[in-house]
Design a protein around this ligand. Structure first.
Ligand code: CA
Ligand code: CA
Length: 318
């Protein structure tokens, strides 16, 4: 009986000692961790209890390394945030879940930027790619060669907004006259002008045929091209209707404005010095828009039925 009592007592004593040791070890670990945080070193052995196991040591070292790593990451993130400028910083500051500029449309020469409040605003483009290829340079309506169309629209924006970059107030009306460097193209003579409608409609038909061969026409225009190939009477009519329909895009209002003529004008002007007077003469009633019948008359397409057979008009009525 006495022996059992003694054994029980011994067991209790051992248990208490073990608990006290564990408590001491925990305290020591906390002290070392605090020290590591303030001195940012990994030295942890000086105050560690001598009876710590290797496992404890490893555990502590891993804890300390993880804490250090987290601190380093936090510092890096703070640094990144300080460095972050522009859109990303504003998005983060205003807690926006997406960039509002993704859906904002800006006109030529403008790009979207965010106000401090996170509102999308169209401002003049800040940078244009420098073009080394002369074919990408442009000649303006002021007969000046500019490095790129981007540079022209940027300048127009800077003058419209009265910014420091504006070189001349008249540049508020600057636009691209044609692609390529400015050159003297000579006058369009009367004979050349008289022959120009024929050349123009032949060119239109050839472009249409070429696009059909490359399968780049919509089903409707492809059908019109096949009609034109099969029936000589429809050749010029269909080509004229197709091109007029393709030009009427901004907006689709069954008339072609000066602005909508830009693609044809800018592409051909450096090669065809008669294109400008030709296009200017198409608007016979002077309302600054070219109707389909004005276009057909201008191209001297008289045979066949001139009717609007446009993909976009067809889609509207479907
Ligand atoms: Ca239009
Ligand atoms: Ca007109």
């Amino acid at each position: 009986m006495k022996l059992r009592l003694c054994l029980l007592l011994l067991l209790v004593v051992l248990l208490v000692t073990d608990l006290a040791d564990a408590k001491r070890r925990r305290k020591g670990r906390r002290r070392n961790r605090n020290k590591a945080k303030t001195t940012t070193t990994t030295t942890t052995t000086t105050e560690a209890p001598v009876d710590d196991t290797i496992e404890d040591e490893l555990d502590m070292m891993m804890d300390d390394d993880a804490a250090l790593l987290a601190e380093e990451e936090e510092a890096e993130q703070e640094e990144e945030e300080e460095e972050m400028t522009g859109i990303d910083a504003i998005i983060r500051r205003n807690n926006l879940d997406h960039d509002p500029c993704e859906t904002k449309k800006c006109g030529k020469g403008r790009e979207c930027s965010l106000s401090e409040a996170g509102e999308p605003v169209c401002t003049c483009v800040s940078q244009c790619t420098h073009e080394t290829d002369a074919r990408r340079q442009v000649c303006t309506n002021h007969n000046e060669t500019w490095n790129s169309d981007c540079a022209v629209y940027k300048q127009r924006c800077e003058c419209t907004d009265e910014l420091d970059g504006c070189q001349d107030p008249k540049n508020t009306h600057l636009h691209v006259e044609y692609y390529g460097q400015c050159r003297d193209m000579g006058e369009c003579s009367e004979e050349e002008m008289a022959d120009f409608p024929r050349r123009m409609r032949e060119w239109l038909f050839n472009v249409m045929k070429d696009l059909a061969n490359r399968e780049q026409l919509s089903p409707l225009y492809s059908e019109m091209e096949q009609e034109a190939e099969a029936d000589e009477q429809k050749r010029w009519v269909n080509a004229a209707i197709w091109r007029w329909c393709e030009l009427d895009t901004h907006p689709v209002d069954r008339s072609v404005s000066r602005h909508e003529l830009f693609p044809i004008r800018a592409t051909l002007l450096s090669m065809e010095h008669c294109i400008a007077p030709f296009l200017d003469g198409c608007d016979t009633n002077g309302d600054r828009d070219i109707s389909l019948s004005e276009w057909a008359k201008c191209l001297q397409v008289t045979d066949g039925e001139i009717k609007e057979r446009c993909e976009n008009i067809k889609q509207e009525s479907d």
